[in-house]
Design a protein around this ligand. Structure first.
Ligand code: NDP
Length: 307
């Protein structure tokens, strides 16, 4: 497969979606962005869509409540990248993607961009719904015979590094930090713009056809303690540290509402079990090896922005 002429991004005004649109434009793809009438008078979304239009993107009106409009939108593109919401504390609409599973695409990249759901069969309730729903979408894609690429992007840097790997925090404290367990399990942190850049590389690559690719930047495989040390170096002091045992974490989790519990389950698997870095990834499935020309942002560089 040569370079995809036309890329449709769905969820293009979202947290990751807007980066995918920008990466598509930056990489010279003919870029289509779905515009949902349901966004109504959400001025920020409209302004963002217009800014994409001014850079050459085509806005395509379509709604998940109007199947024909989705069929028409999808048929405009060679490749469909979906970044629909999948975080319960914001919104979780992963199964809506079943309406996108149609046979006329050269490639579909569904909304995943996190932990590989195929490796999370033993995940805990209630957070396993994220993985289960993403697997339902995978099965539908594969049963329909639609060519695909799945992107396992590990931890979004904004959520995990911003909060020094503590759930509920997205800005790093200059005073204290709670270490999950002893803070020694390795996580993998990726700048969201880099996730988008790698995704746009992958869609044109025959090596990633019908495969899962992992974004595992070698310098960004770090424990919470190592992340905290980088931050401490920047601020020139040691943070006061408290350790939260697994039992304490699970007890706190049980007291939260459903959406919070889903998110905490994900932190549990990453920070107490080390689910992201516990397996090896072959070079032909790892984004930084496949695309060495993309210069990824290191954790050290990313954290500097908070100083
Ligand atoms: P957002 O919450 O920013 O939402 C993305 C888009 O979903 C919205 O912009 C909107 O599209 C669309 N959407 C939301 N609700 C509806 C609805 N009811 N009907 C139709 N469309 C809707 O998503 P994120 O960027 O946070 O998440 C994208 C993906 O990344 C998900 O798969 C998620 O699980 C994953 N993720 C991974 C993380 C990690 O650390 N690895 C962290 C966070 C997310 P529109 O532009 O049309 O309005």
């Amino acid at each position: 497969m040569g370079k995809a002429n036309k890329v449709l991004v769905i969820g293009g005004t979202g947290y990751l979606g807007k980066r995918l649109v920008q990466a598509s434009l930056n990489s010279g793809h003919d870029t289509y962005v779905m515009h949902r009438p349901e966004i109504g008078v959400d001025i920020e979304k409209i302004q963002l869509l217009l800014s994409f239009k001014m850079q050459g993107a085509h806005l395509v009106s379509a709604s998940f409540d109007d199947y024909q409009s989705l069929v028409d939108a999808v048929s405009l593109a060679d490749v469909v990248i979906c970044a629909i919401s999948g975080v319960h504390i914001r919104s979780h609409q992963i199964l809506l993607q079943l309406k996108l599973v149609q046979g006329c695409m050269q490639r579909f990249v569904p909304s995943e961009f996190g932990t590989d759901p195929a490796r999370m069969e033993e995940a805990m309730e209630p957070g396993r719904i994220t993985f289960d729903d993403k697997m339902v979408v995978r099965r539908a894609i594969e049963e329909a015979g639609i060519p695909f690429t799945y992107v396992a992007a590990n931890c979004f840097a904004g959520y995990f590094l911003g909060g020094l790997c503590q759930p509920g925090f997205i800005l790093p404290s200059r005073e204290r930090v709670t270490l999950l367990g002893e803070g020694n399990q390795k996580g993998i942190y990726v700048d969201e713009d880099d996730i988008a850049a790698y995704t746009l590389k992958a869609i044109d690559d025959p090596r990633t056809l019908n495969k899962t690719i992992y974004v595992k930047p070698p310098k960004n495989v770090l424990s919470q303690r190592e992340v905290v040390q980088i931050w401490e170096k920047y601020i020139g002091k040691e943070l006061q540290k408290t350790v939260l045992s697994e039992q304490e974490f699970l007890a706190v989790m049980k007291e939260q509402n459903y959406a919070e519990q889903v998110g905490l389950t994900h932190y549990y698997h990453v920070c107490y079990e080390g689910c992201l870095a516990s397996f090896e990834v072959d070079d032909d499935q790892e984004a930084t090896k496949l695309y060495p020309e993309v210069r990824y942002t290191t954790v050290e560089e990313y954290l500097k922005r908070y100083v």
